[in-house]
Design a protein around this ligand. Structure first.
Ligand code: IMP
Ligand code: MG
Length: 181
């Protein structure tokens, strides 16, 4: 457990987030016009982004939720990805857009996309609010990226550190002093 102090530095203001979410929604409207858009939200971190994005999308959509956990208590990936909720999905002939909070190593999204592909969607793409440098190099179909960010641990706007800070309206860099978490 961290014993030092935690500091939050603003990285992306809520104003910038709102503008970017609106721009992404306009692109999704244009790209998926006349198609059967199915949003698949990856809980928990993407819930706030998904709610704001979905309400800005003008074309009809359906929505489902899955959950993926690759992080334990701290800020490091555990390397294993547990996905829940896949069995409930009915994706046949739908154009699936996966909504993610953040691509770090990209392992979580890769596992999710693999699992969804096996369910035979008409098309499959990814929309992520944030992307870290390691994921930029990967061959993931990240069709929509909100912001490319540095390799820092971030919280806010749905994203947590040990289940805290999800309520913040902006996105903050979490700086841990005197701790190896
Ligand atoms: P990946 O599998 O390494 O790409 O990790 C993806 C998941 O880890 C994301 O969907 C987040 O839930 C979590 N994650 C990665 N980086 C951060 C971060 O900086 N803050 C909060 N959660 C993160
Ligand atoms: Mg996540």
């Amino acid at each position: 457990m961290p014993t030092g102090t935690e500091r939050l530095d603003l990285l992306i203001s809520d104003r910038r987030i709102r503008a970017r979410v609106t721009a992404l929604a306009r692109r999704i409207d244009a790209d998926y016009h006349g198609r059967k858009l199915s949003l698949v939200v990856v809980l928990k971190g993407a819930f706030m982004f998904a709610a704001d994005l979905a309400r800005q999308i003008g074309i009809p959509w359906t929505i489902d939720f899955i959950s993926a956990a690759s992080y334990g208590e701290g800020t490091r990936s555990s390397g294993t990805v547990a996905i829940e909720g896949l069995d409930r999905l009915e994706l046949g002939a739908r154009d699936v857009l996966v909504i993610e909070d953040i691509l770090d190593t990209g392992r979580t999204s890769a596992a999710i996309l693999d699992a969804l592909l096996q369910r035979g969607p008409a098309s499959l793409a990814l929309c992520t609010l944030l992307r870290k440098p390691a994921a930029r190099a990967l061959d993931l179909p990240a069709r929509y990226v909100g912001f490319d960010i540095p390799d820092d641990f971030v919280v806010g706007y749905g994203m947590d550190y040990a289940e805290r800070y999800r309520n913040l309206r902006g996105i903050y860099r979490l700086v841990l002093d005197g701790s190896s978490a």
